[in-house]
Write a protein that binds this ligand. Structure first.
Ligand code: CAA
Length: 260
């Protein structure tokens, strides 16, 4: 992978934990196409790295991301947008098998909110603000804001955010079910790593299958989802990790999962 310009990647910030930090501070981490391609490429490499079991995506302590880069798309035609197809990058990000935790501080707006929502969990600092303000610039969310937000917080709340562009605080986001936890800004990194470590302790095989099953809940009927879950459950029995996990329980010791 060539050195990225708009993100910093540390594949081993702690044992089994990788960190991707958006790094376009002057533009409040606005998500231009190159930045998103760099995130996609980094995730692909980390997803294939056996020493990585959980990934943290952050914008640092000041801002998560103020949305897609408005300047980059301001003069585009619909056909430009169609040809560029910037959201195909997002489709690939969505395919990441390992869990991704967003650590959000400051603004997570438009594409920034959507990027946090494409992650599997969100830890926010007290300064976090979430919003889908695209309506204020004459457009609408295009990277999942009308879909993931609605599924996360329900129709009426999503409708209000999408149709007025209003921001919600970390506390409102927590009450609405958008985020997992609020922490003081100076503890954002530590608390996110703590959660990542809890996940990294588990069987990497079971973690990936479980993530896939939870995400599948949004794409299937209950019956189909239950069947999918059952097959993935059975599949864990093909892993050494399942044998190790159950043996460790019986022998009253900690399991040592290898991801096999
Ligand atoms: N795109 C491009 N540049 C951006 C940007 C964005 N989304 N957000 C901020 N910037 C730039 C500003 O233009 C400014 O650059 P200059 O210094 O060169 O003028 C710099 O970042 C700092 O921004 P502000 O001076 O505006 O900072 P502020 O503290 O006064 O305001 C803010 C912060 C409320 C977040 C404001 O910047 C803002 O409203 N940004 C746009 C938010 C938005 O509309 N996001 C949605 C984008 S569209 C989208 O995301 C579509 C999709 O679904 C994928």
């Amino acid at each position: 992978m060539s050195t990225p310009e708009f993100i910093k990647v540390n594949p081993q910030v702690e044992k089994f934990i990788a960190l991707i930090e958006l790094n376009r501070p002057k533009e409040l981490n606005a998500l231009n196409r190159q930045l998103m391609a760099e995130v996609r490429d980094a995730l692909k490499v980390l997803d294939e790295d056996d020493n990585v079991r959980a990934i943290i995506l952050t914008g640092g302590e000041k801002v998560f991301a103020a949305g897609a880069d408005i300047k980059q798309m301001a003069n585009a035609t619909a056909i430009d947008m169609f040809n560029i197809d910037q959201f195909s990058t997002w489709d690939q990000i969505k395919k990441t098998k390992k869990p991704i935790i967003a650590a959000v501080s400051g603004f997570a707006l438009g594409g920034g909110c959507e990027l946090a929502m494409i992650c599997d969990m969100i830890i926010a600092s007290e300064t976090a603000k979430f919003g889908q303000p695209e309506i204020k610039i004459g457009t609408m969310p295009g990277a999942g804001g009308t879909q993931r937000l609605t599924r996360a917080i329900g129709k009426v709340r999503a409708m209000e955010m999408v149709l007025t562009g209003k921001f919600i605080s970390a506390e409102e986001a927590l009450n609405a079910g958008l985020i997992n936890k609020i922490v003081p800004v100076e503890l954002l990194y530590t608390e996110t790593v703590k959660l990542a470590k809890e996940i990294a302790k588990q069987s990497p095989v079971a973690i990936k299958l479980a993530k896939e099953s939870v995400n599948n809940a949004f794409n299937s009927t209950l019956e189909e989802g239950l069947l999918f879950e059952r097959k993935n459950f059975y599949l864990t029995f093909a892993s050494e990790d399942q044998k190790e996990g159950m043996a460790a329980f019986v022998e009253k010791r900690e399991p040592d999962f290898k991801g096999k």
